[in-house]
Design a protein around this ligand. Structure first.
Ligand SMILES: Cc1cc2nc3c(=O)[nH]c(=O)nc-3n(C[C@H](O)[C@H](O)[C@H](O)COP(=O)(O)OP(=O)(O)OC[C@H]3O[C@@H](n4cnc5c(N)ncnc54)[C@H](O)[C@@H]3O)c2cc1C
Length: 380
């Protein structure tokens, strides 16, 4: 097995590194989960797009570089290594776009992808409802056919929509056939949040950022052109999106390798071997686990490059990266001791890491998926 990259891949890495070195803001931007920070991040996303670094693996026609998945991984490594800003376009680019490429019409791809890549149109995910989180098939928001107008009328409430308070559009699941079995009567819609009948109400997170939102819909018109996939087949479309969310694209290894490297730096800055041996072991373990995730991802990318689709194994990946993120940040806080309480990037990162076992499907649910669909264990 040859784990090294080719000359052209290394040249790609050098280009990415040079651009990031020249362009990443010296001062961190304010959080993209606040109104002011979101606006600043959109400017950054535009710069990435203008120099064709926003969506490297997409076709050139949509603003990409036709880069391979390997090159995309390299770009991600360099991006996090450079400490570049969080991607406020991520729910569009990393979740919706893979599904649009797989199941969208050419018209949808041509219309939506370039505006998504440039950050001109930002997307949030409208799945969870007050009474339907883990049990996603229990959603009640509904869609009623409007034959005369050539579309659908959507009503109901979505909640926990990340950055929904600032985004332009939302992809979401709605019940389009009330009589069908739970998983069969759902359709996947692309909703304009500026449409008549939409009310977006932002609310704060535990860490003080206000990017979450409830989205209320009252008879909101969505044209047929904004149905993604077949009517009443939304569950299958949503599962394609979760494959991306839990698997490769949302949380690439570069993110955790960079955190692990910073943890090692912190360990040395704070006196290195003077540290408690248990803490030292945790630093080493964190670094090794991040490396293990990187190596395991190379295997995933090999399979995807050979034509495989992300399947139930993406639940294993999600379990691993979410728990790794908590461990890395927890170790940093223990290294910092009482100073951790003063706030700073490690504390903020820790608070967000704690939500990793919840979003993208809770880890309890992922364990059920692994038990039933990867290991083939009985449901009860
Ligand atoms: C930071 C963050 C961002 C998010 N962003 C979005 C977003 O952009 N869009 C969106 O639609 N949603 C978003 N969510 C919501 C997220 O998807 C839900 O919180 C998640 O699916 C869990 O649903 P719930 O909160 O309703 O908890 P519940 O489903 O009520 O679960 C409560 C507890 O019961 C456990 N549980 C439930 N069912 C089972 C079972 N069958 N077996 C074992 N244990 C079970 C769960 O694991 C959990 O511990 C976000 C959440 C967070 C934390």
């Amino acid at each position: 097995m040859d784990l090294s990259f080719s000359d052209s891949e290394e040249a790609f890495r050098a280009d990415a590194r040079a651009w990031l070195t020249a362009n990443v803001p010296e001062e961190p931007l304010p959080s993209g989960d606040t109104a002011a920070g979101f606006a600043r991040h959109k400017e950054w996303e535009r710069r990435l797009f203008d120099d064709r670094w926003a969506v490297v693996s997409w076709p050139e026609a949509y603003g990409g570089r036709d880069a391979s998945l390997w090159e995309w991984l390299i770009f991600e490594e360099e991006y996090y290594r450079a400490g570049a800003p969080q991607r406020v376009t991520q729910n569009g680019i990393f979740l919706l776009a893979p599904t649009l490429f797989e199941l969208g019409t050419t018209e949808q791809q041509d219309r939506i992808l370039p505006r998504m890549a440039s950050g001109e149109e930002t997307w949030c995910q409208g799945w969870s409802e007050p009474d339907a989180g883990s049990d996603l098939a229990g959603i009640r928001s509904n869609a009623v056919r409007d034959e005369a107008a050539g579309g659908w009328r959507l009503s109901g409430q979505k909640t926990w929509t990340t950055r929904g308070a600032f985004c332009d559009r939302m992809f979401g699941l709605f019940r389009s056939d009330p009589d069908a079995e739970r998983h069969r009567g759902l359709t996947y819609y692309l909703v304009d949040l500026a449409a008549d009948g939409v009310t977006v109400r932002g609310f704060g997170r535990l860490d003080g950022d206000e990017g979450f939102a409830d989205v209320f819909l009252e008879d909101v018109f969505v044209p047929d052109a904004d149905v993604l996939g077949e009517v009443n087949q939304g569950w299958g479309v949503a599962m394609a999106t979760t494959g991306s969310e839990r698997g490769l694209t949302l949380r690439s290894p570069g993110r955790f390798s960079a955190t692990a490297d910073r943890l090692v730096e912190l360990y040395h800055d704070l006196g290195g071997d003077a540290a408690d041996p248990v803490l030292r072991d945790d630093v080493v373990r964190g670094w090794m686990d991040a490396e293990a995730y990187r190596l395991q991802t190379l295997q995933t990318v090999t399979a995807l490059s050979d034509g495989a689709r992300p399947g139930a194994e993406s639940s294993l990946t999600k379990l691993f990266w979410s728990e790794l993120d908590v461990r890395l940040h927890d170790t940093a806080l223990r290294l910092l001791g009482p100073d951790a309480e003063l706030g700073g990037a490690w504390m903020k990162g820790y608070q967000f890491a704690l939500s990793g076992p919840i979003y993208a499907g809770t880890n309890e649910i992922q364990r059920n998926v692994v038990a039933e669909r990867v290991l083939g264990l009985p449901r009860k």
